[in-house]
Design a protein around this ligand. Structure first.
Ligand SMILES: Cc1ncc(COP(=O)(O)O)c(C=O)c1O
Length: 506
């Protein structure tokens, strides 16, 4: 069903159509890519993929039926259709994932805010701040380094029962804003990996009241716009810009993401900024898949997500009837810091069977099921438009088997995360910490040094050390405790020697 508010003809997919037309024209390609439309391929690759994807993997001019002109114009046409479908003023297709979109938003925000703060526009290390949750994806740290922005972290809360991070309480955003002198923007993750989000609408009000930008990592929310039972899309709640990993939830190829902008000044600078961050040889296959994925959502999104929502709701009910297993439900919305929840995410607690998340993941894999992630006491299964009743039933059956196997022999309960330590003081900027000379040091001997790399236990993926921060005894104790409990730690210089990178001050 077509939404009444679309302005453009959403039945078109000009980028995909242009590629198909080019392959039909049977042009002899004296241009890149070197495989020449699949004429010369390794035999194993050819038998695995066939020639068709290579016929469409072009780098040269394709024409739209509407304009008969170049690829750049066809791309603009496809992006305009996406802006219409997603409710944005401007949309950019990304061929380097949401990572590129996040970094572009941060660079653009730095430039935008520089004009509103007299004298602060040109200097790179001028202390211009941005409020971000501590649990941000590592692409955000990369973006802050590139943009020379200083993070003012708001701490996520830790849900002991489910062993997951929950959004920071709303008061934390207010407090962070009150303490900042040169605030460029607010940045939020909406939703997190588990489909849980804070009150983005309230953060939007806060940003608007202070005439600041609100930027959103909506990597896990590209589908929100297309069904009323899903959380509202970030743009509809007041975000100035958001980046979505369309590849994570829609029917598009991995790495294909989209950046939506609702602020005309930001939109105007985006082509230049994206040009600095992304390859000059975009995959046309990625663009065609975004074009087609947008059309699919505009024409049939509500119907497709209705089916996914029904499947996840049935699976949740069945799992909740199995002794020892629990699946997170809408009761999560009763927590004051939680504003929105995506019911297509099945967060399944397995510690009632005496299993850790990773033990359950391995056992499910042996039964032919692969989940998205394993936490300390849970696994996460994603339901999307590609799932049907058979697939979801197979997941439910595998969980039933798991549950029966466990009833006979119980094990010790899985590890729980120790209390997260307070972050150390930021002694040098993130950017300087990353660009300075560094040395490798044993974690045990690093107290008082300045971290040169983010170090984080995974799960929950919240950094204990961020580059530029003083390494405290509490952080060292915490990381050592995680190590003893078998919790994976990311960011080692050398995991076997348990060394980390510190800034070489001398
Ligand atoms: C919350 C979040 N933000 C950003 C990203 C980066 O997205 P991409 O892989 O599309 O670059 C991810 C990827 O896992 C993510 O989980």
């Amino acid at each position: 069903m077509l939404r009444a508010e679309y302005r453009l003809d959403q039945t078109k997919a000009p980028f995909l159509e242009g590629l198909i037309q080019y392959s039909r024209d049977q042009v002899i390609p004296f241009h890149t890519p070197g495989h020449k439309q699949g004429r010369s391929l390794d035999p194993e690759l050819q038998s695995a993929l066939g020639r068709l994807p290579f016929l469409l993997d072009l780098s040269d001019e394709i024409a739209s039926q509407a304009h008969g002109d170049n690829s750049e114009r066809v791309l603009r046409e496809a992006e305009a259709l996406a802006a219409d479908a997603f409710g944005a003023k401007a949309t950019f297709f990304l061929h380097n994932g949401t990572t590129a979109g996040i970094q572009a938003m941060l660079l653009a925000a730095r430039q935008w805010a520089g004009r509103t703060l007299p004298g602060a526009g040109c200097a790179v290390e001028d202390g211009m701040e941005i409020i971000v949750p501590r649990s941000v994806h590592r692409s955000v740290l990369g973006g802050l380094i590139l943009a020379g922005l200083v993070p003012r972290f708001v701490s996520d809360t830790w849900d002991q029962e489910w062993s997951i991070p929950l959004p920071p309480p709303q008061e934390a955003w207010q407090a962070a804003a009150a303490g900042s002198q040169f605030l460029a923007a607010y940045f939020d993750t909406y939703p997190n990996y588990y489909g849980i989000a804070g009150h983005l609408d309230r953060t939007a009000d806060l940003a608007a009241a202070g005439d600041k930008l609100l930027l959103v990592d909506e990597a896990h929310g590209a589908h929100f716009r297309f069904h009323p039972a899903l959380p509202p899309a970030a743009l509809s709640l007041g975000a100035d810009a958001c980046a979505q990993s369309a590849h994570k939830v829609l029917g598009v190829l991995t790495q294909a993401s989209i950046l939506h902008i609702n602020n005309e000044e930001l939109a105007a600078t985006m082509p230049q900024i994206l040009g600095m961050l992304q390859s000059t040889s975009p995959s046309f296959l990625l663009y065609a898949s975004l074009d087609a994925g947008r059309r699919q959502m505009a024409l049939a999104g509500e119907h497709l997500w209705q089916r996914a929502l029904e499947l996840s709701s049935t699976a949740r009910e069945k799992i909740n009837r199995m002794p020892g297993l629990r699946c997170l439900g809408e009761e999560i919305l009763n927590k004051p810091q939680v504003g929105f929840w995506d019911p297509t995410k099945l967060l399944i607690k397995v510690d009632g069977l005496g299993l850790s998340g990773s033990e359950a993941e391995k056992r499910l894999r042996a039964k032919g099921i692969q989940v998205e992630l394993a936490g300390l006491n849970h696994v996460l299964a994603l339901i999307a438009i590609g799932d049907g009743p058979e697939e979801v039933e197979a997941l439910v059956r595998a969980l039933e088997e798991l549950q029966k196997e466990r009833s006979s022999s119980r094990r010790r309960p899985p590890a729980s995360l120790p209390q997260l330590p307070r972050p150390g003081e930021m002694l040098v900027s993130l950017r300087r910490a990353i660009l300075s000379p560094r040395r490798e040091l044993s974690l045990a001997a690093a107290q008082g040094e300045v971290a040169a790399e983010a170090v984080l236990p995974y799960p929950p993926g919240i950094p204990v050390l961020v580059p530029g921060e003083r390494i405290t005894v509490e952080s060292i104790d915490f990381l050592q405790d995680c190590g003893r409990k078998g919790i994976e730690i990311r960011g080692w210089a050398n995991a076997d020697r348990q060394t980390i990178w510190v800034v070489d001050i001398d």
